[in-house]
Design a protein around this ligand. Structure first.
Ligand code: CA
Ligand code: CA
Length: 200
């Protein structure tokens, strides 16, 4: 399919356009002075992370995306293993993940949540929703997935041979890539949001 080119959008957690936070004020004391808890991060690239994230809190971002196939990943850290979150696009879930202890509140790891196919260019609301705390979020990354036959299950001529960027993103619509060290993401169509994680 037409992918709309190579898109890579790094969405900084602290640059939200809307939010819901359960505690008054900015517990982290940095960058902004609304109720979202923001602190300085020592992760690669510096800047800030949203921290002290607990259940039901969410962050939203407005994005313009061309038609294409995209993978979404999140940069998270935690000292505990209780965290869980969901990421949606226009209220449709792209993926959910649990956060196991990463080795420290500033020891960030990147989790790939899933991929989605967008048939038309438009403005989207990207939503990061905390199902359970506690953990920190540094950024979200949206990247083009290159796989021209994604819509043909089992016909995966592209896998293992036609990655156009690095690291290549692969989808499990056919044979595994056979290339060691490459991550595999599961292609999934957009599905309705579960009522389970709607804030009340
Ligand atoms: Ca707060
Ligand atoms: Ca950040």
């Amino acid at each position: 399919m037409q992918t709309g080119g190579n898109v890579s959008i790094l969405v900084q957690a602290e640059d939200y356009t809307n939010y819901y936070d359960t505690t008054p004020g900015n517990t982290g004391g940095a960058y902004k002075s609304d109720d979202v808890d923001i602190e300085v991060t020592s992760d690669n690239g510096g800047g800030h992370n949203v921290g002290f994230i607990v259940a039901n809190e969410f962050l939203e971002y407005s994005l313009d995306l061309p038609a294409g196939i995209y993978a979404i990943s999140a940069r998270v850290a935690s000292e505990v293993s209780s965290g869980e979150y969901a990421v949606s696009l226009n209220e449709q879930v792209v993926g959910t993940a649990s956060v196991s202890a990463t080795g420290g509140w500033q020891t960030f790891i990147t989790q790939t949540l899933g991929s989605m196919q967008l048939s038309a260019a438009t403005t989207f609301t990207l939503k990061f929703y905390a199902i359970a705390g506690d953990f920190n979020l540094n950024w979200l990354l949206i990247e083009t997935v290159f796989d021209s036959d994604l819509s043909v299950p089992g016909a995966s001529a592209c896998n293992g041979s036609c990655a156009q960027n690095w690291p290549p993103l692969l989808v499990t619509d056919g044979l595994a890539s056979g290339v060691s060290g490459l991550g595999t993401i599961i292609a999934r169509s957009l599905r309705a949001v579960s009522s389970r994680w709607q804030p009340t």
